[in-house]
Design a protein around this ligand. Sequence first.
Ligand code: UDX
Length: 425
Amino acid sequence: MKIACIGTGFVGVVTSAIFASHGHEVVGLDIDENKVKSLSNGEVPFFEPGLSELLKKTLADGHLTFTNSYKKAISNAEIIFIMVGTPSAADGQADLKYVFAAAESMAPYLKKEAVVVVKSTVPPGTSKEVAKIIKQKTKTSFTTASVPEFLREGSAVEDTLHPSRVVIGTTDKKTGEKLTQLHRPLSDKIIIMKPESAQMAKYASNTYLATRITFINQIADLCEKNGADVEEVVAGIGEDPRIGTHYWYPGFGYGGSCFPKDVSELAAYSRAVGESNNLMNKVHELNLARTPYLMEKMGQKIGGWKDKQVAVLGLSFKPNTDDTREAPSTAIIKYLQQQKANIFGFDPRAKWSGETTNFSQKKSLEEAVAHADVIIAVIEWPEIISFDFSKTKLNKPQFFIDGRNQFDPATIKNWNYIYLSIGRG
Ligand code: UDX
C-alpha cells in the first residue's frame, strides 16, 4: 500500500519504518527540513533499540523516504497517518493545532477515497473535526479513522511489530477493511469500534496504568507505616487473575511523554464536559507530589540533604531510552538543588538538559558515586542494577536509596551501605 506518515516524532518514525519493513511504500513527512535531512541519511534523533537499523534498511531498499512536501507525500497516498504532537494547552486539554494544521495542509492533495487516520492521542470527536477541516478545502471523497498508538518507549519496535491489539475507530465498513488489511500481518487482535471509543480507549488505557502505579505507590507508603513489605503484598495480590503480577513497581512516580500528559488531559476533558469530581484530577495531583514527598521522607532518614554529596543514577524517565521528559530524576534534582545538596548524575544514554546549579553529569557510574554520601538508584537501567557497588564503597557511612526495589537488601547491607527502599517496612 502507499502510505503517508505526517509527523516524524517518536511514533511517526517507528510507524513509518515498521510499515516500510512490511513492504509498503511509505513517505514520512515533516515540516522541519533538518529532521527530513537527517532521517533521510538514516540518523534517528533519539535512542530507541533496533530503530536505527530498521530505518537504514528500509531507506536502503527504497520502501521509505522522507519529505517536507505535502504534495509529494499525499498525492499518491491511500492511507495517511497523522502523528503530530498534541501538547497540553493552558487549560490542560490537548492542543490540537498541529493535527488541524496537518489536515488543512494535506486537503488539496488528497487522492480519491484516501483514508485519513488520526494516530496522535486526541479527545473523542477529533476525527469529525478533522473531516470538517478537510472538506472545507477539497471536494475529493475520503474517510477518516482513529487508530491510537499503544507502543512503549524502549520497546517501541517490538511493540509495533507485535502489538497486544490494534484498535481501529471507524464506522465505515470499507475503511475498516482497508485498515484491517494493513494491520493484519502485525496482529490477530484487531478490534473495530466507533472513533470516539478508540480515542477514549487510548486515554483509558494510559490513565488506568498511571492509576495502577499511583495505587501501588500509596500501598507502599502504607506498608512503611506498619512494617509490611510491598513486594510481598504484590505477590499476595498478583495471583488473582483479575489483578496480575506485572506493572506493579512502586517508585518515584510515573514519567514520560504520555502518562503525565494523558492523565491531566483526561482530567481537563472531564472538567470541560462537566465531570469535575473525577479520579484523574487526584491521580495527577498525587503523582506530581510523589517525588517531593519521598525526598522529604528520605531526607529525614538520612539527616537532611544540605551539603550531602548525592549520586542520582538514571536520568531518563525509564530504562532503554534517552528521553528525560517528566522523568522522576528531574523532580529529584530540583528538590536536591533547593536543599543545597551537591549532585552527581549518571545515565547510560540520557543527557541532563535542566538547571545545572550544584549539578554535574558524570560519564561513568563510578565517577558519579566517587564521593557519594547518598546513592539514589532512580530507575532500573540494566547498567545500574547489575553494577557491583561493593567496589565503590567508601570508608564512610553511605546511604543507598533503591528507588525501584531492584536490589537485594541483604547484599547492599552486607556491603555496609545503609539501605532504604520503597514500601519495605
Ligand atoms: C506508556 C504506555 O505503556 C504505552 O502503552 C503508551 O503508548 C505510551 O505511554 P511509556 O511512557 O513508553 O508507555 O512507558 P511505560 O513503560 O508504560 O512507563 C511509564 C512510566 O510509568 C515510567 O515512568 C515508568 O517508570 C513508570 N512505571 C511503570 C512505574 O512507575 N511503575 C510500573 O510498575 C510501571
